[in-house]
Design a protein around this ligand. Structure first.
Ligand code: F6P
Length: 464
């Protein structure tokens, strides 16, 4: 079996909606910082190590002609500029108001209209063209996430010999949910233009195979995980993503020493997104203080909420809801010297986050549904000192491989409060035992192992 690195003359070309950088225009031109979101933080170290190219949208602040690359960049950055209508209809409406809630099992929030579907198709075609300009004969094209589900088939129909892989970072829903979406067959056909289709969990693979079989009337081999479609055999598999474990561990080791505090810390860190269950988490904290008043004045929930998708009305509403909730719970319990919730509405760099992860007593990571949730893994990598406890939603993909966490149903506020109480009372030897098992697994299944597994499968599917 060839080593993955020998796959294509060093040429891995990634396409994702967002580039791994956010750009801001200042008096001295553009400045950039890593973009938020798990996908960018997972894939950037991969391309740094292997080289190649990354095709994506640099954000609305960047104009055609601006230089998005920085001296010494270890891979090429190829910007796709979107006009105002495209940002609104492709990114905001179809990707984030239609696919995002549906794929996260929240169909009541899903809005579809035919116009945004047309713009989605148009933008996907632009990405496909840009990718085709970037590749040579041995490159592997790797298309990411729900924004670009039509790209694999557009690439294949333009150049049938071109190999591509597709990976979905978010959950793939059940047949009953997926088929609520008009044009769902087109999305399936789009993805099946790849030779390899990867998902975060076995549950997502099962959902996808069910949908392919029932919506497209194709033959599906569940044992070998293949879909036979239009004379091709497409490999489908679960490839749970990891993090750049050693980088996070090093950040934690090098972070400034712990600041002594009077309270123990429960940490939550998320993009401000309704799928992350932040409102439910604050209410679970409230229940903890009611059910176990011994924690009053002794425990603080530090909740980081990174601003996200601020143009989408549901996210603006969520911001108001959380502002209000934090005010209500703090108003109810705070004393002159203590507040139960510290709410930080801004982004943090990875090295700053690592110190917060390391020093937290408990991480409370309770999405209502999540493809994977890399914050859970980052927290684990940063437990280089006295180990904390991970309280994790069973609806995060990460829960499949983290049995030693305390798994909760985020809709069950009292259940989550009891898990928090258990975490705060857990003795050191049990914390140590659970965390050691989690750390060994995450160190082994890091992001580089993930890429190797995917590329190996891509090489196999390319051969046969
Ligand atoms: O992880 C899912 C995802 O949509 C990524 O594709 C994306 O980079 C991240 O969330 C952040 O979202 P956005 O790019 O819309 O800010």
């Amino acid at each position: 079996m060839p080593e993955p690195a020998a796959l294509g003359s060093g040429s891995l070309v990634i396409a994702s909606n967002r580039l791994p950088f956010d750009y801001e225009r200042g008096p001295h031109g553009l400045t950039r910082r890593p973009s938020s979101g798990g996908m960018a933080s997972a894939l950037d170290p991969v391309l740094r190590k292997r080289g190649g190219g990354w095709v994506g949208w640099p954000g609305s602040g960047v104009r055609p002609g601006d230089d998005v690359e920085a001296p010494g960049d270890p891979y090429r950055v190829i910007p796709i500029h979107l006009d105002a209508e495209e940002v609104e209809r492709y990114y905001r409406d179809f990707s984030n108001r239609c696919l995002w809630p549906l794929f996260h099992s929240l169909p009541g929030r899903t809005a579809f209209d035919a116009d945004c579907w047309n713009v989605y198709r148009r933008v996907n075609a632009r990405f496909a063209e840009a990718l085709l300009c970037e590749v040579n004969d041995r490159s592997l094209l790797w298309v990411h996430d729900y924004h670009l589900m039509l790209v694999p088939e557009l690439v294949r129909s333009a150049r049938p010999q071109r190999t591509s892989a597709f990976f979905l970072h978010v959950p793939f829903p059940s047949y009953d949910l997926f088929t609520l979406l008009p044009r769902h067959e087109d999305l399936l056909r789009g993805v099946l233009g790849s030779q390899l289709v990867g998902f975060q969990t076995r549950g997502c693979v099962k959902n996808f195979l069910d949908c392919a079989e029932r919506c497209l009337d194709t033959a599906v081999d569940r044992e070998s995980q293949r879909v036979m479609f239009e004379g091709r055999s497409i490999r489908v598999g679960a490839f749970p993503i990891g993090i750049d474990y050693s980088r996070f561990e090093a950040y934690a080791l090098n972070a400034p020493p712990r600041v002594e505090r009077h309270q123990r810390v429960i940490l939550g860190a998320d993009r401000l997104d309704y799928t992350k269950g932040i409102s439910q988490r604050i209410q679970a904290m409230e229940r903890l203080l009611v059910l176990h008043p011994e924690h009053l004045e002794r425990v603080t929930l530090v909740q980081i909420a990174v601003p996200s998708r601020c143009q989408v009305v549901e996210y603006q509403d969520l911001k108001c809801e959380i502002d209000e909730l934090v005010g209500r719970v703090n108003g109810r319990f705070a004393s002159a010297s203590w507040s139960p919730i510290q709410y930080l509405y801004r982004s943090f760099d990875h090295d700053q986050l690592a110190g917060l992860y390391r020093d937290a007593d408990v991480a409370l990571i309770t999405p209502l549904r999540d493809g994977m949730n890399l914050v859970a893994k980052e927290f684990v990598a940063c437990q280089v000192d006295d180990p904390g406890v991970l309280v994790l939603s069973r609806f995060a993909g990460a829960a499949d491989g983290m049995a030693e966490a305390l798994l909760v149903n985020p809709y069950d506020l009292d259940g989550t409060a009891e898990a928090l109480h258990q975490a705060l009372c857990m003795d050191e030897s049990e914390r140590q035992r659970r965390m050691t098992a989690l750390r060994v697994r995450e160190a082994e299944h890091d992001v580089h192992a993930w890429v190797d597994a995917l590329l190996r499968s891509a090489a196999e599917s390319r051969r046969g």
